[in-house]
Design a protein around this ligand. Structure first.
Ligand SMILES: [Zn+2]
Length: 123
């Protein structure tokens, strides 16, 4: 059900008039603890909804990352001549298949990400 516009206007006026107090209350440790507990409870009560939200967030990040590291910043496989653009078939991997070497030898801070990413069709 959609909230009527006059109610939205009234809420907005109330918020503007009480902004400082509302924001201070929302930063209070008791409020934050209560909100975290309520969120935890909602997650436990709706596992399907939680799974769907997690999937949606992962898919969004995957698309963003694969697009960023794709050839020319476009979603697609980096193998020469390969035209796969299906996000479900693409994954990140090391350009020279040197992930193991990199894990052993790269400076600790960069171990998890260096080596040059490439997209591969994996099925
Ligand atoms: Zn490919």
């Amino acid at each position: 059900m959609k909230t009527p516009p006059e109610v939205l206007v009234r809420r907005q006026a109330y918020y503007q008039a009480n902004k400082e107090r509302i924001l201070a209350n929302h930063r209070a440790p008791e409020y934050l603890a209560k909100a975290a507990a309520a969120a935890r409870e909602a997650r436990l009560l709706n596992p399907e909804k939680q799974r769907a939200a997690n999937r949606k967030r992962r898919d969004k990040v995957k698309l963003e990352v694969l697009t960023h590291y794709g050839p020319g910043g476009v979603l697609g496989c980096s193998w020469p001549g390969c035209s796969i653009t299906d996000v479900d078939c693409l994954t990140l991997d090391h350009v020279n298949n040197d992930g193991g070497w990199h894990r052993k030898n790269a400076p600790k801070k960069r171990r998890s990400r260096g080596g040059g990413a490439v997209l591969l069709g994996d099925y």
